[in-house]
Ligand binder design. Structure first.
Ligand code: AMP
Ligand code: MG
Length: 497
């Protein structure tokens, strides 16, 4: 390959070498005029990449796979997947590439991956391109999730390619450089299983254990240990989404990781007014991936993973099914425990508080939020003020959308609830450490995407500044802590763009 790559970083090609059945060697398309839109300097440094180098013309070419080190062998990864419940046997990276694996400061490997790097043999009818708006959305939301302490793939950079891309209108093309603890998905295992090559399936499971669940590799039934570990990681992840009001939007099995990181920020959004039925994706007509369905869908996806892993769990199929069912039954319990513990933390309860005391308060509050459609994020943040004796901001969120006739009822209910809750001595500082002030508000994300598409990076930079420290309330950033104005209307997001 042409050019000099960064001298201190070496790309491993472990996946490409070990999984030739699932990896097609491929090259990123040349970008006519690469321009850096945003660079994650801190992440770059953690990966041993010099931000100043990455900003140079040669560095930009590395970020988009146009000038890669000689030892790198980029591949398009094969995977299958259930999309909205329908099985697609061959999806794979249609517009993405795995550049290779590099070492992170924490001692673990990371995948460096490109999204929008041109057509691959998996592209089907797609053009292989990505455009600035959606790639910047993934950058903003994934980095927000990271700052919110929720497991996620990371975003290293977005580079505009200089190539116009046909969507509804002509839009500027872009590439997202994504960093993940791996790109193994439920769909990767579905693909391996569908080849009927049990050796491949076993190697893939071994690779997943080595990369994510080293302790499981020592277990008596290491493949069952892998399945159990994925169940736990996903139960915890989805509970965290629910606690922060995140709607992923396209929980197909090809978008669900083995690592337990959030993957693929397409039609995702944070809800504002609390609504269990919240769904933002324009293509999710039945609400399959609505907010309240996310735990059920995760469990359904894990059942698909179980099917793929069955031949590894036990030689006898009946016994394998028994083991899988038993393991999967742990999902609901672990999800509920994670969610309840998270809710207790949001309410400032000490860890040891018994469920008989906490649960009725949680249930009543959820009902109150649902009826009032209070802004989910602001309400919990303001509740920290109520723990300090200042009830008005949280009460205001409950009343914000109430019709006049019911307002006094809501006020009375809220006040009675606060009295009971405060009697338990909620810890306001602890609440402020888990209830964010700043999430990527949909109207601000849209504003930042539109501006970035037009070449103005100011709104993106300011939004990133707010969401990068979501728990740290700062004067002057009130705009970033406020729900969308009425005029913004119902929010719709679009997939596959
Ligand atoms: P996603 O909705 O991003 O999870 O993508 C689902 C599948 O469609 C994956 O196999 C992608 O690689 C593929 N895909 C999405 N957009 C494009 C595109 N513009 N060109 C080629 N493949 C695409
Ligand atoms: Mg995907």
């Amino acid at each position: 390959m042409s050019g000099i790559a960064h001298p201190t970083v070496t790309f491993d090609d472990r996946f490409a070498r070990e999984f030739k059945e699932m990896a097609i060697p491929w090259r990123a398309e040349e970008a006519p005029d690469p321009r850096l839109l945003v660079l994650n300097e801190q992440l770059a440094t953690e990966l041993g990449l010099d931000p100043a180098f990455l900003r140079s013309p040669e560095g930009l070419r590395l970020l988009i796979g146009n000038a890669i080190p000689a030892e790198a062998s980029p591949v398009a990864q094969a995977y299958a997947g259930h999309q909205f419940g329908w099985y697609a046997p061959r999806l794979g990276d249609g517009r993405a590439l795995l550049l290779g694996e590099i070492g992170h400061a924490d001692g673990q490997l990371r995948d460096v991956h490109l999204k929008g790097s041109g057509r691959t043999p998996f592209a089907r009818n797609g053009d292989g391109q990505a455009v600035v708006g959606p790639m910047v959305r993934e950058y903003i939301v994934s980095e927000s999730m990271h700052a919110l302490n929720i497991p996620t793939t990371r975003s290293l950079a977005v580079v505009a390619t200089g190539r116009p891309v046909q969507r509804e209108t002509l839009l500027p093309g872009a590439i997202l450089t994504r960093v993940a603890s791996s790109h193994l998905r439920v769909g990767s295992f579905q693909y391996a299983r569908s080849t009927d090559d049990i050796g491949l399936l076993r190697r893939l499971a071994g690779y997943a254990l080595a990369r994510h669940y080293q302790a499981g590799a020592e277990a008596e039934n290491r493949y069952l240990a892998l399945f159990r570990a994925v169940i736990s990681a996903q139960a915890s992840l989805v509970a965290q989404w629910m606690l922060v009001g995140f709607v992923h939007g396209v929980m197909n099995t090809d978008n669900m990781t083995i690592s337990g990181e959030t993957l693929d920020y397409g039609p995702c959004a944070f809800m504002e007014g609390f609504d269990p039925a919240a769904v933002f994706s324009s293509i999710d007509e039945t609400g399959r991936y609505a907010y309240r369905n996310q735990p059920l869908v995760a469990e359904w996806n894990l059942a698909r993973l179980a099917e793929a892993l069955l031949p590894l769990l036990h030689d006898d199929q009946e016994q394998a099914v028994g083991l899988a069912v038993e393991a999967l039954s742990g999902f609901r319990r672990q999800y509920s425990e994670a969610w309840s513990a998270g809710m207790k933390a949001k309410l400032g309860f000490r860890e040891g508080l018994d469920d008989d005391t906490a649960s009725p308060l949680v249930d009543e509050l959820v009902a109150l939020l649902q009826e009032s459609r209070a802004d989910y994020t602001s309400f919990f943040r303001h509740l920290g003020k109520a723990a300090r004796g200042q009830d008005e901001p949280a009460r205001g969120q409950i009343l914000g959308t109430a019709v006049l006739e019911t307002a006094h009822l809501d006020t009375a209910r809220f006040d009675a609830w606060v009295t009971r809750w405060r009697a338990l001595g909620p810890d306001a500082d602890a609440m402020d450490r888990v209830n964010p002030v700043y999430i990527p508000r949909n109207h601000l994300v849209e504003e930042a995407l539109a501006a970035a598409t037009g070449g103005n990076l100011g709104p993106l930079e300011r939004l990133m500044d707010a969401v990068a420290s979501p728990f740290d309330e700062r004067p002057g950033l009130e705009h970033y802590a406020t729900a969308a104005p009425e005029s913004f209307g119902p929010y719709r997001t679009f997939c596959g763009t």
